[in-house]
Design a protein around this ligand. Structure first.
Ligand SMILES: [Zn+2]
Length: 689
């Protein structure tokens, strides 16, 4: 179901390397001051011609992407600030007398082990030897199935943070059963590729052909560095197998379609519908021997991959698994392996010239392994209770404004409105950090064992997911860490998470006019609320069940508006050979349009009968829209922008800034005329909520 989170992942994270939090650039800057908050504009541009340039033009001209980043912008700069603070907190943990086994000690030891580059270099590839030996010992299809099962991890997420990529042949997500949200179900997702999406293997374009030739060379180089004989020939086999796997994969658009993905298969159906893989051996090795029911998200890929397990030569599978074992663990191996990985994933795939400094990668991996333990330290220092109270008040206004807007919809039948409002009332909103912190007592962190710590952290997260099966659903659980600069809607939980990381300047700043806060964090809150009512979210009822609560006429009207929005975004074409995919980004675009409208209504509600104050000569409505567009201030390297367009549910940031053209109030605020490029006739403006 489209990314439900606020920001695109590709530019924000080296997600291919298993890093979920974005950190970059070397200087830890102070938060932007409240004064001059509207700086960075280009007032020579007409707002109706190019609102992004008008709001951000001088910033765009004067900003360079730091050499270790694939992009930069407001959210990414804040992420960098947060990473610097986090690193400082971790270093203080290291200096403290926190006892062995405490969260603080684990955080300190995890970080220190990754920072010990000399120690990691000295061990070299010896740490990988047990894994390579296990691959060498694969002697038939049963031991192959067992090995594949042992690689299954909780590394994907269809509806919430939307991680649709895993380098293992399959990925697991444990979440509410979409037909019965009172219990957890195991979702099986397609995987097994080294490049970000099937399009990288299958799309016929010079850009992709060039990436493919670099990728084949990279596979050979990685195998050679690991001392594996006959690397060139094996690389060709590995690539050919990945190409076959890619051909079985669902597309990005198909994978976000909830109805298409909600396939309940019994254990017996796995064997009969997807023959070739010994499921008993696979599930046994994955710790799922007792599980009887699964949700198979992409049946075609599951069936296709299972058939390839039977059909491809064992030697090819073994070369493939050797390569993936190296790649998966590269960051914990020698400098040469790290450098080779960066050459492809950083330089070729993202256009980034420089590897991030080690401490920044250390923060990312520590966040990945012990996110809430780090988050506990973070909120204690950087998230004052007053901020929590201020955001809670804004959320109340947003929810109330959204309800009023539902009442005012002329096209919607009263019974549909009742259902929509019931869903809004049941929404569970988490602000700053979770009610209960995650328990890391089962995770062993050994000082000096970066490789083992990473493997144990992945296994710990996996076991934690498996342990949920058969237990009551916990709606208070978070899917983001508190220090993350992002926000998320969890549709099957009917819940929202607003991490402390995003509840700070320039998204929220108590010292500036409310109009600017409503245009920034208010629009983000509105965006996340609206996800409950986007093209996919609207298919879930108040309890989080996939269940149709619409009258046919209302749903037809809703779909017609969605088609308008798809067309609006299909017309955005940053490259001659690549346009934004209106269908792929629909959920996010609906959330942007509805969220911005709700934020403006909430702002007006907060004002009562008084007009908002002027700032630097701008009216309150102008400040609101400018502040919104300024949160989408961003620059991407070309390969990264292309990757986002292909793999991400979010539109590139400059087009999200243009969401304003769907709101009547924007036309009034900036006197936008029919001749202006962004002008839409009242009938073309999309208003879904
Ligand atoms: Zn979103």
């Amino acid at each position: 179901m489209g990314c439900r989170s606020r920001m695109n992942a590709a530019a924000n994270a080296l997600w291919l390397l298993g890093i979920s939090a974005a950190v970059a650039a070397s200087i830890v800057a102070a938060p932007p001051p409240a004064a001059g908050a509207l700086a960075g504009m280009d007032r020579s541009v007409q707002p109706g011609v190019d609102f992004n340039q008008y709001a951000n033009g001088s910033w765009l001209r004067s900003t360079e992407i730091p050499p270790d980043r694939s992009s930069t912008g407001v959210g990414r700069e804040l992420t960098e600030l947060t990473a610097g603070r986090t690193a400082e907190l971790i270093r203080q943990s290291a200096a403290s007398t926190a006892p062995a086994g405490s969260d603080e000690r684990k955080v300190a030891d995890y970080y220190a082990s990754f920072m010990d580059e000399a120690g990691i270099e000295a061990k070299g590839l010896t740490v990988l030897k047990p894994t390579l030996d296990r691959i060498a010992a694969i002697s038939d299809r049963v031991t192959l199935a067992r090995y594949l099962g042992s690689t299954l991890r909780a590394d994907v997420d269809v509806l919430n943070a939307t991680k649709l990529y895993t380098d293992n042949v399959l990925g697991l997500w444990v979440a509410q059963d979409l037909d019965d949200p009172s219990r957890y179900a195991p979702f099986l997702l397609q995987g097994g590729l080294g490049m970000p999406d099937r399009d990288y293997y299958l799309l016929d374009s010079p850009h992709m052909a060039d990436i493919r030739s670099h990728y084949r060379a990279h596979i050979a180089a990685a195998l050679t560095l690991a001392g594996i004989a006959d690397a060139e020939r094996k690389a060709a086999d590995v690539y050919a197998l990945e190409l076959r796997i890619a051909s079985t994969h669902s597309t990005r658009v198909e994978s976000q379609d909830v109805k298409r993905g909600d396939n309940h298969w019994s254990r017996a159906q796995l064997q009969s519908n997807a023959p070739g893989l010994d499921w008993q051996a696979y599930l046994g090795a994955a710790g799922l021997e007792a599980q009887q029911q699964f949700i198979v998200w992409q049946p075609g890929a599951l069936t296709g991959i299972a058939a390839l397990v039977a059909a491809e030569p064992l030697a090819t599978w073994k070369a493939y698994l050797q390569y993936h074992a190296i790649e998966h663990n590269a960051q914990f191996l020698s400098r040469a392996v790290v450098a080779e990985q960066f050459t492809f994933y950083g330089k070729v795939l993202q256009g980034t010239p420089q590897l991030r400094e080690r401490w920044k990668r250390a923060v990312s991996y520590t966040d990945d392994a012990l996110g809430e333990a780090v988050g506990k330290l973070y909120v204690a220092r950087y998230f004052p209770p007053a901020n929590k109270a201020a955001i809670e008040a804004m959320v109340r206004n947003l929810v109330s404004a959204f309800a009023t807007r539902i009442d005012a919809l002329e096209w919607m039948a009263p019974e549909t409105k009742l259902e929509a409002k019931a869903k809004l009332t049941a929404l569970k909103v988490g602000i700053g950090y979770p009610e209960r912190w995650r328990d890391y007592s089962g995770l062993k962190v050994l000082r000096g064992d970066a490789f083992g710590n990473h493997a144990r952290a992945e296994m710990f997260a996996y076991r934690r997911s498996l342990n949920k099966l058969g237990t009551p659903v916990d709606r208070s659980e978070w899917c983001m860490t508190p220090q993350l600069v992002n926000a998320v809607n969890l549709p099957a939980m009917n819940a929202l998470n607003f991490p402390a990381g995003i509840l700070q300047p320039p998204y929220f700043d108590a010292a500036r006019p409310a109009a600017m806060n409503y245009g920034a964090i208010g629009a983000i809150i509105g965006h996340e609320i609206s996800h409950s009512f986007d093209d996919q979210g609207a298919l879930f009822d108040a309890a989080g069940r996939l269940h149709n609560w619409w009258t046919p006429e209302d749903f037809a009207h809703f779909k017609a508006s969605a088609e308008q929005l798809i067309a609006q975004f299909n017309a955005y074409r940053p490259f001659p050979d690549l346009a934004v995919n209106g269908k792929q980004t629909l959920s996010e675009n609906i959330a942007d349009v509805a969220g911005l409208g709700a934020a403006l209504s909430a702002y007006r509600l907060s004002l009562g009968d008084t007009p908002g104050p002027l700032l630097e000569g701008f009216s309150a409505d102008q400040q609101f829209f400018l502040s919104f567009a300024q949160t989408w201030r961003a620059k991407y390297r070309e390969p990264t922008l292309r990757q986002i367009i292909i793999t991400d549910g979010h539109s590139p940031d400059q087009y999200r800034a243009s969401t304003v053209r769907n709101l009547d109030a924007w036309y009034a605020a900036f006197e936008v005329k029919p001749a202006d490029a962004l002008y839409l006739t009242p009938g073309e403006r999309v208003r879904m909520w």
